[in-house]
Structure formats: structure tokens, C-alpha cells
Design a protein around this ligand. Structure first.
Ligand code: ADP
Ligand code: MG
Length: 309
């Protein structure tokens, strides 16, 4: 497989009107390539269309228009191969209450036609830390264990691509770290990862490529570093030699006196050079003991791209 694990063209989804609700265009002609081997973050505010997109990839929601190619297989032409290439961990805990973890994995493997000799149920249970729960009654599993079982189920057919919808929403720190460690390990072994998350810090740390969707439109698609670099607002943080309360002034400067005695000055770097900011500081009679820059965060980019739409 070449460059892209997933290729999406003109993907559109309109949910029909029902129970008094008007029809809803959840995805508006999305074009998106997801590179093979990446950890790809799909971000967007609530209702943006993230789950709709993921559920179309998973074959759970039927698209209204467009073309989806998974691992080189057109979803409409080769539905079986395209489904076999992808494993999906859904957001909801939809587990069958009658199956213990090992049995649940065997059933899932059967559904995907994985021959007995190729099943790795115990290996997968160990990966998600459920080896000693292999025979436990499903109803005795905690929420965190159920979530790990969902991840295990997504892996039974050895998919090339793993898709996770809000894998860490509402889970405790320990489970979150375990999920991320698993995801890193699978990615290091060559699996392409696609995930949605509400936690932008997490996306910034984990994802090398990011797409942001808002109200069904793709509003950004770039490497994480490029995305962070394109923010125009930069911040200089000045430590004055003496705190005398002087405030630097200048057109376009956004000055914040912080509790620790430093002065944070945000400015649009495309219009105002850093030297002009330092000049404004000196002009206010402030002697500079130290100066550093603060990096933009994904949260800033996200807000800029999704604000007020
Ligand atoms: P996200 O996962 O980004 O929060 P969703 O894909 O779940 O967004 O939803 C996108 C839009 O489509 C929302 O306005 C949502 O209300 C609507 N929607 C989602 N599922 C359905 C459905 N089964 N029927 C009608 N509308 C839906
Ligand atoms: Mg969702």
C-alpha cells in the first residue's frame, strides 16, 4: 500500500428528517487523505460530524454521496476487503452481556472469518491487560475494562487501520495512559491510527497529522507542527528588572501583567516584528532582565478555526 491508508472524496451525509427534526447535512463534500503509518487526529466541536465520518468508515452509517477507499479498496466495489482492513473502537459501550472477554473475541474473530489457527485472543487480551479477566462474567467488568475489551475486539482481525472514536472520553488517567501506550505500540508496529478526541493537548502530543471539521466542513488539514506554526499570534514574556507596574503600549499589542511579575505581550507576528515589541517595552521605561517566547497550542488554532461559525 502506497501513501494513503484512507482516501475520502466528496463525502457527504444527509440524515433524513425524522420526528419533527429537519434533515441534517452532517458532512458536506469532504476530501481527506490519511497517510499510511500516521497517528491521525480528527478534531472538531460537538456535532461537527466526526462520528458520522468514522461510522461511515466502519460501514455502520451509509453515506449519501462520495467515495471512500480503505487500504486501496473502494468501499462500494470491495466492501468485504475494505471492512477487513479496518478495526473500529466505537464510543458507546455496546458489549454483549453474555460473553466473557475471551469468548467475545472468539465470536468477533468468527464474524470476520479469522481462521482458528490465526486467532490471537490471549495475546490481544494481554495487550489490553485483561488476561486475568478472560473468563470473567461480562457484567462484572468495570467501565474501564469494558472499554479495553472494545479495543481488543477492534483488533481481532489484525486490521491495518485502527479507528477510535473518543477513546479517552471520561476515562481515568490510568486507563488513558494505558490506551495511549497501546496505541503507540500498535503504531510503532506499523498500524495506521485514526482517532477523535476532545482533549486537544492529547491530540497535540499524540497525533502527527490533524484534520479539523466544523459543521460538516473540513476547515484544516495539516501536520500538527504546521498547524501550530500557522497561528499568527505570538507571545513574548518579559521579566522586568524591577516590577514598577509600567505597561508597554503600542498598536496591536495585547499586554497581560501576570501574577508572577512577568509581562506577557501577544502580537500579530505577520504585522509587528519582535523588535518593535521590545522597543515598546523599553519606551515604557522597563529594563528587561529576561525574555522568552511562548509557543502556541492546538487549542488556540482550534478556537480560531471553529469560533463563531
Ligand atoms: P460529532 O461526533 O462530531 O459530535 P456527529 O457525527 O455525531 O458529530 O453528528 C453530526 C451531526 O449529525 C449533528 O448535528 C447530529 O445531531 C447529527 N446526527 C448524528 N447522527 C444522527 C442520526 N442518526 N440522525 C439524525 N441526525 C444525526
Ligand atoms: Mg462523536
Amino acid at each position: 500500500m502506497g501513501g494513503n491508508a484512507i482516501e475520502i472524496r466528496g463525502l457527504t451525509k444527509t440524515y433524513a428528517s425524522s420526528r419533527g427534526e429537519p434533515e441534517k447535512q452532517a458532512l458536506k463534500s469532504i476530501d481527506l487523505d490519511i497517510p499510511t503509518g500516521s497517528v491521525f487526529g480528527l478534531l472538531g466541536p460537538n456535532g461537527a460530524g466526526k462520528s458520522t465520518l468514522i461510522n461511515i468508515l466502519a460501514g455502520l452509517v451509509i453515506k449519501s454521496a462520495g467515495k471512500v477507499t480503505i487500504w486501496g479498496f473502494d468501499q462500494d466495489v470491495n466492501p468485504r476487503q475494505s471492512r477487513a482492513s479496518i478495526g473500529v473502537m466505537p464510543q458507546e459501550l455496546n458489549l454483549d452481556p453474555f460473553f466473557a472477554p475471551r469468548a467475545a473475541l472468539e465470536v468477533q474473530a468468527g464474524l470476520y472469518g479469522v481462521p482458528k489457527a490465526q486467532r490471537r485472543s490471549d495475546e490481544i487480551l494481554a495487550l489490553v491487560g485483561l488476561e486475568d479477566k478472560a473468563e470473567a462474567y461480562a457484567r462484572t467488568l468495570s467501565g474501564g475494562m469494558r472499554r479495553r475489551l472494545l479495543l481488543a475486539k477492534a483488533l481481532v482481525h489484525h486490521p491495518r487501520i485502527l479507528v477510535l472514536d473518543e477513546p479517552t472520553a471520561g476515562v481515568d488517567i490510568e486507563l488513558r495512559q494505558m490506551l495511549w501506550a497501546n496505541i503507540r505500540k500498535l503504531n510503532a508496529e506499523g498500524m495506521t491510527i485514526v482517532l477523535t478526541t476532545h482533549y486537544l493537548e492529547e491530540a497535540e502530543e499524540m497525533c502527527d497529522e490533524i484534520a479539523i471539521i466544523n459543521q460538516g466542513d473540513l476547515v484544516a488539514r495539516d501536520s500538527t507542527s504546521q498547524l501550530l506554526g500557522r497561528l499568527d499570534a505570538k507571545t513574548l514574556v518579559i521579566t522586568p528588572e524591577v516590577c514598577n507596574g509600567a505597561i508597554p503600549k503600542g498598536e496591536g499589542l495585547d499586554v497581560l501583567m501576570r501574577d508572577d511579575g512577568t509581562i506577557a505581550i501577544s502580537y500579530p507576528s505577520s504585522r509587528i516584528p519582535a523588535e518593535a515589541v521590545l522597543e515598546a517595552v523599553r519606551a515604557a521605561g522597563i529594563r528587561i532582565a529576561d525574555v522568552r517566547t511562548e509557543q502556541a497550542h492546538l487549542e488556540d488554532v482550534f478556537l480560531e478555526l471553529t469560533r463563531g461559525r
